[in-house]
Ligand binder design. Structure first.
Ligand SMILES: NC(=O)c1ccc[n+]([C@@H]2O[C@H](COP(=O)([O-])OP(=O)(O)OC[C@H]3O[C@@H](n4cnc5c(N)ncnc54)[C@H](O)[C@@H]3O)[C@@H](O)[C@H]2O)c1
Length: 412
């Protein structure tokens, strides 16, 4: 077992710097290198490390990720860059002998997803998809309840990314942020992972189950243009451009065992943040919208909702990782800390991470598949089996407190 895990972070804007802050809190981790296309962002990231390490660890800055990847003393790389750069940087990281972790975001093409899978299979270096919402307290309580059979057999799940990003997208060019161009050129379910990541684990996707097909439909695009006119003026060139991304994109997925999943992408209309989750099984239902649950035979009143918080606070249902985290005194923002620890411990123990290359490829593939479906009037798209049939008999990922396929109470 390694004493210190040596890490690099590529992409040093808001989220990359968030990772650097968390990594520099961890005693068994050293941030050895940071990288961004912009020198001022490299400087900011180096300063963050310096404030923490006070010269005790040498940290190097790069503007070219290829130079960083030539280093032999780095074990793992976190890629917090723009969506369209995740794939090729992750592949180069695995090829250079390092474990890679990619931030959330959809792929640009299906081929990109296949290349990630093949790079992992060729090199044996893992690629983790950093879906932090899989480690949310609510999601982990649900995971435990589902794996314990409280919901009976699962039939249907829903989730959404409802996040008013109009300001971020509108001022994307000014703020050197990648989203603007995507909204102006593409029409797709851009960001399925926050809701679909946990659902994949509830349904055992890639381990006894798989997603077979999807259809996507986009509404008209009005919200962003209206906002741009309001904020930049009707004569601004951005106000005269046609927005391609529909305001509400609805995707329906069908799984091998008959379950259905509905995803909603809704980022250009006014809406308080919500992942609008719903899980339905033969014994009961959970819904995020009113934070409620109803389990037949367990809920106190027949046919009446009860608060889900009751279960989150009950040690019989709360996931033991969260019981541990809440008692640990760690100030790491919960799920963001836990997903990073899952990656660090998989590097340390040279084991597969809980969200591996196959899980990541499935999540990233939803974006180009939805794009094709929308372009073809909602035509069904086959979701590739990135495991090449291994999903039928795949074992759960290696034993760990961060495992999302099964919960081993003896590890806590
Ligand atoms: N998990 C979450 O909850 C969460 C939250 C926010 C953002 N994110 C994800 O994190 C990633 C970064 O988000 P952000 O808001 O910081 O984006 P951002 O656009 O502000 O930053 C991306 C940075 O990557 C850099 N970059 C792009 N290509 C590069 C390359 N080839 N080499 C080096 N650097 C490169 C850019 O210069 C930029 O500074 C995105 O994938 C986003 O979806 C995840």
């Amino acid at each position: 077992m390694k004493e210190k895990v040596r890490m690099a972070v590529i992409g040093a804007s808001g989220y990359g710097c968030g990772h650097i802050r968390l990594l520099t809190m961890m005693d068994d981790v050293e941030v050895a290198a940071v990288c961004d296309l912009y020198e001022d962002r490299v400087e900011t990231a180096l300063k963050l490390c310096e404030d923490k390490y006070r010269g005790a660890v040498r940290v190097d800055g790069y503007t070219d990720y290829r130079r960083l990847l030539e280093r032999r003393d780095i074990d793992g790389v976190i890629i917090a860059t723009s969506w369209e750069t995740h794939g090729y940087i992750a592949i180069a990281a695995m090829e250079s002998g390092k474990y890679a972790a990619v931030e959330c975001g959809g792929a640009a093409s299906l081929d990109e997803c296949w290349q990630i899978v093949r790079a992992y299979e060729r090199t044996g270096n893992h690629c983790m998809f950093l879906e932090n919402c899989c480690y949310g307290r609510e999601e982990m309580t649900l995971l435990r309840m589902i794996k314990d059979g409280v919901f009976g057999e699962l039939v249907h799940a829903e989730g959404a990314y409802q996040h008013d990003l109009r300001e971020k997208v509108t001022f994307g060019s000014e703020n050197r942020q990648y989203r603007y161009t995507n909204y102006m050129y593409r029409n797709a379910e851009f960001y399925p992972a926050h809701e679909l990541g946990p659902i994949q684990k509830y349904l055992g996707i890639n381990r006894g189950n798989r997603m077979l097909t999807l259809t996507s439909t986009a509404s008209k695009a009005r919200g962003l243009n209206e906002y741009i006119v309001r904020r930049k003026g009707a004569d601004h060139p951005d106000a005269k451009r046609a927005v391609t991304q529909g305001d509400v994109v609805t995707t329906v997925i069908k799984c091998a065992h008959g379950e259905t999943i509905v995803l909603t992408h809704d980022c250009t209309l006014p809406h308080p943040y919500s992942r609008r989750g719903r899980v339905q099984g033969t014994r009961g239902i959970w819904t995020e919208e009113n934070k409620s649950i109803y389990i037949e035979g367990l809920s106190p009143t027949h046919d009446a909702w009860e608060p889900f918080s009751k279960y989150m606070d009950d040690p019989e249902y709360e996931h033991p990782l969260w019981t541990w985290y809440r008692g640990s005194g760690i100030d790491g923002g919960g799920m963001s800390y836990l997903v990073l620890r899952a990656f660090i411990e998989s590097i340390r123990d040279r084991k597969a991470p809980p969200l591996d290359a196959y899980d990541g490829a499935c999540l990233m593939a939803i974006t180009p598949l939805s794009e094709n479906s929308i372009a073809m009037g909602g035509a069904p798209q086959a979701i590739p089996d990135f495991t090449d049939g291994k999903w039928i008999n795949r074992e759960p990922s290696p034993k760990s407190r961060y495992n999302l396929d099964e919960i081993d109470l003896s590890l806590f």
